[in-house]
Write a protein that binds this ligand. Structure first.
Ligand code: AMP
Length: 396
C-alpha cells in the first residue's frame, strides 16, 4: 500500500455529520476517468479526495490528495482506507461485495451496497427491474448448453448471449443469428453464468443520467442520445430531440429505477427506443456515465458535482442546460500515428478538451473526450466531429 500524497486525518472519524461538508474527505473506490472527474468536482468545492485502487499515478490519483495502492480484496487496507475518509463512493460496479461490506463498517457507502449487488450481475439486474414492473429487453438465464437451446427456442433469433458478470462495452457478448452454432457460443462463455437477450432492432439508443439525494430528492438531465461504434460509446448529444412523450416516459422510468433500488447518488439508465416508440431498459450503471460527460460543459451542475452533492447529503444542483451539446470520445486509436494535433483542436472556440492523464494510448482505450456546445444539438455534433477529425488531419 503506497500513500503518495499524505493526507491529514479527518475530524469526522466516528460521529458522521450529515450533511458532509467541504473540508471533509471523499473516498473513491476505483481510479479511472470517472473518479478523476469526481475528484476535480470535489476539489473545486473544497473537499479532499482519497482514492483506492490497485494502480498508482492513476487518472484519479493524479488529482486526489491521497492515492492508496492496494488490491480490492486486501480487506485490512480497505478498512484502513475507510477510517481515513468521511464517505465512500465507487466509480465502477465490480467492487467485490466483501470490500463494500468492509467500507460500510466504518462510513457510509453510497449509492449503496444493494444497487451495487444488483448492477454487478445482468440477470439480477433484469430480475430486479422486471419485478418492479419496469420494461426490460426479453431475456433468459443461461447456465448450460440446454438452457441456451431452450432460450433460443423461446426468444427466437437473432439473440445476444452475454456473460452475466464483468462484461462492458460489448466484451463477453456474442450475437446469435443461427441455431447451429449454439454449442460454440456456450463454449465461449467458458462455463460462466450468462444471459440470453432478444436482439432489439432499436431505432435509437438513449440514456438518462439522474441523481437521488438522501432525502429522496430527484434531478435528471433529460434524454441523451447515444451512437456506438464497435459497442463503445462514440457520440452523445443532448437535449434529445425524441419529443415530449418519450422524454416524459424516460424520466418516469428513470425515477422509478432510482427509487426501486434506493439509490443515493448518480445512476444512469440506458434505453433502447424501438420503432413503435417504446422504451426498453438495456442496462443501468450506479455511477456517472460516459454519456453524461457533456454535463460538465453544458449544464449548471455536472453529473460529477451532482454525485458529490448526493453522496454528501447536500441539496442537488440544477440540471439545466446552458446550451445544446455534443460529446465525442477520444479513443487511443487517435494516437496511432503520433500525438493528436491539440493546437488544431483549439481553433474550435466552443470545443472543450478533457484528457484523462492515461500514459498508454491503446486501441479502444478511452483517453479523453471533447464537448461542443452550439445553438442546436445537430450543430454541436457537427462541430464536435469536425474538431475530432482535426486532431489527426495535419492539413485541416
Ligand atoms: P451492453 O454492454 O449490454 O450495453 O452492450 C453494448 C452495446 O451492444 C449496446 O449499446 C447496443 O448497441 C448493443 N446491444 C447490447 N444488447 C443488445 C440487444 N439486446 N439488442 C440490440 N443491441 C444490443
Amino acid at each position: 500500500m503506497t500513500n503518495t500524497h499524505p493526507i491529514s486525518q479527518s475530524s469526522h472519524l466516528t460521529a458522521l455529520p450529515s450533511p458532509i461538508l467541504p473540508g471533509a474527505i471523499i473516498g473513491i473506490l476505483g481510479s479511472g476517468q470517472l473518479g478523476r472527474m469526481l475528484a476535480i468536482a470535489a476539489r473545486t468545492m473544497g473537499y479532499r479526495v482519497a482514492v483506492f485502487s490497485p494502480g498508482s499515478s492513476t487518472p484519479t490519483g493524479q488529482i486526489a490528495n491521497l492515492e492508496v495502492t492496494a488490491d480490492y480484496n486486501d480487506l485490512d487496507a480497505v478498512r484502513d482506507f475507510a477510517q481515513q475518509v468521511d464517505v465512500v463512493t465507487y466509480e465502477f460496479e465490480n467492487v467485490p461485495a466483501a470490500t463494500a461490506a468492509a467500507v460500510a463498517e466504518f462510513v457510509p457507502l453510497r449509492p449503496g451496497t444493494h444497487v451495487l449487488h444488483v448492477a454487478q450481475n445482468r440477470l439480477r439486474e433484469k430480475d430486479a427491474l422486471a419485478a418492479a414492473g419496469l420494461p426490460v429487453t426479453p431475456y433468459r438465464p443461461v447456465r448450460s448448453s440446454a438452457d441456451l437451446e431452450r432460450g433460443v427456442a423461446e426468444l427466437g433469433l437473432p439473440c445476444i448471449l452475454k456473460t452475466a458478470e464483468s462484461g462492458y462495452d460489448g466484451k463477453g457478448q456474442v450475437r446469435l443469428d443461427s441455431a447451429e452454432n449454439l454449442s460454440v457460443a456456450w463454449h465461449a462463455m467458458q462455463g460462466r453464468e450468462a444471459i440470453l437477450e432478444s436482439f432489439v432492432p432499436f431505432e435509437r439508443e438513449l440514456s438518462v443520467v439522474a441523481a437521488r439525494g438522501s432525502d429522496g430528492a430527484f434531478a435528471h438531465y433529460g434524454v441523451i442520445e447515444n451512437d456506438h461504434v464497435n459497442h463503445i460509446l462514440d457520440v452523445s448529444t443532448a437535449p434529445s430531440v425524441v419529443g415530449v412523450a418519450i422524454s416524459a416516459e424516460a424520466e418516469r422510468l428513470t425515477r422509478a429505477v432510482l427509487k426501486t433500488l434506493d439509490v443515493v447518488g448518480v445512476l444512469c439508465v440506458e434505453y433502447f427506443l424501438t420503432g413503435d416508440g417504446s422504451l426498453l431498459i438495456n442496462e443501468i450503471a450506479p455511477r456517472p456515465h460516459n454519456s453524461g460527460h457533456l454535463t460538465i460543459d453544458a449544464c449548471v451542475t455536472s453529473q460529477f458535482e451532482q454525485q458529490l452533492r448526493a453522496v454528501c447529503g447536500l441539496p442537488l444542483g440544477s440540471a439545466d442546460f446552458h446550451a445544446p451539446a455534443a460529446m465525442v470520445n477520444l479513443l487511443g486509436d487517435l494516437w496511432q500515428n503520433g500525438e493528436p494535433d491539440w493546437q488544431a483542436l483549439c481553433t474550435f472556440p466552443r470545443v472543450k478538451l478533457h484528457l484523462y492523464g492515461k500514459q498508454e494510448a491503446r486501441i479502444g482505450r478511452k483517453m479523453g473526450h471533447i464537448t461542443a456546445t452550439a445553438d442546436t444539438t445537430t450543430h454541436a455534433k457537427t462541430i464536435a466531429l469536425r474538431a475530432r477529425h482535426a486532431l489527426t488531419v495535419a492539413s485541416y
